[in-house]
Ligand binder design. Structure first.
Ligand SMILES: C[S@@+](CC[C@H](N)C(=O)[O-])C[C@H]1O[C@@H](n2cnc3c(N)ncnc32)[C@H](O)[C@@H]1O
Length: 243
């Protein structure tokens, strides 16, 4: 699976790609990443990649032409049609990234990832060339590099052989094994730390009691922190009981 990243700050990526789980995914060749410095596709003496917005207002807008030149170079190197290799633009105006999306990504599809900067990208480039717009949440970052890294990380850890145990992600928050609930709290040694004991249920060695405690904690946590997810999980459970 190959990802091509268009960015004005390619140096941000290597430290991230060279650590932990991501390193395993990229060093093993399961995933490949190629960084493209947008500045290399800018024209003129000053290699401009942005300009003032039509209509006035604060901030700058990324120019369509260098983006197009860079995209053309990537597509010609990849030699794939657009449907096999979508262009994803990270933007707060996109659809929120979900576990479902990451899981459905599978192990075949690569993509071109566009990291925005400034106020954003000339809309004409988006209209003509962007296939998917993805948001990391209801907040604004200064650039799309962190969203691109988050996206790559989420895809990498689901690839077979990347995590130490392929089972470990199957009990993470949002996984279907958890029936729409968040993960439960986790504890490790020592038994008592700063006066706080590990819950007795986890020390019991009784598999069913442990499972039932974990489920109960997941329910409590989801209800408290994500009432909308909790509501959805309850309706799903009800409709499954009816069927
Ligand atoms: C300062 S932001 C631009 C925000 C834009 N004017 C808006 O209000 O929607 C610069 C770039 O950071 C990235 N970015 C910022 N927040 C993001 C988020 N929540 N999800 C995905 N990308 C984000 C995008 O690539 C965006 O083009």
């Amino acid at each position: 699976m190959r990802f091509d990243v268009i960015t004005l700050f390619p140096d941000i990526f290597p430290p991230f790609l060279e650590q932990g789980v991501n390193r395993r995914a990229f060093e093993s060749g399961i995933m490949q990443v190629k960084l493209w410095n947008l500045r290399d596709y800018a024209q003129g003496q000053y290699k401009r990649v942005d300009d003032r917005p039509y209509g006035g207002g604060a901030g700058m807008v990324m120019l369509a032409e260098p983006l197009f030149q860079c995209l053309t170079a990537i597509r010609s190197e990849r030699g794939e049609t657009r449907d096999l290799c979508p262009l994803i633009f990270f933007t707060p105006t996109g659809r929120p990234l979900t576990h479902e999306f990451v899981q459905n990504w599978g192990s075949q599809r690569g993509a071109i990832l566009l990291c925005g900067r400034y106020e954003g990208v000339d809309q004409r480039f988006i209209d003509l060339h962007v296939d998917l717009m993805i948001s990391m949440g209801d907040f604004v970052l200064s650039g799309g590099e962190i969203p691109a890294m988050a996206f790559l990380d989420a895809i990498a850890r689901l690839q077979p052989g990347v995590l130490n145990s392929d089972e470990s992600h199957q009990f993470d928050s949002f996984h279907e094994n958890l029936d729409g609930l968040l993960d439960c709290p986790h504890y490790t040694r020592p038994d008592i730390w700063q006066g706080q004991a590990v819950p007795q249920e986890l020390m019991s060695g009784h598999h069913e009691n442990i499972q039932s405690w974990r489920k109960q904690q997941s329910v409590l946590l989801t209800r408290q922190n994500r009432p909308e997810l909790f509501g959805k999980a309850v309706s799903q459970a009800k409709s499954q009981t009816k069927n």
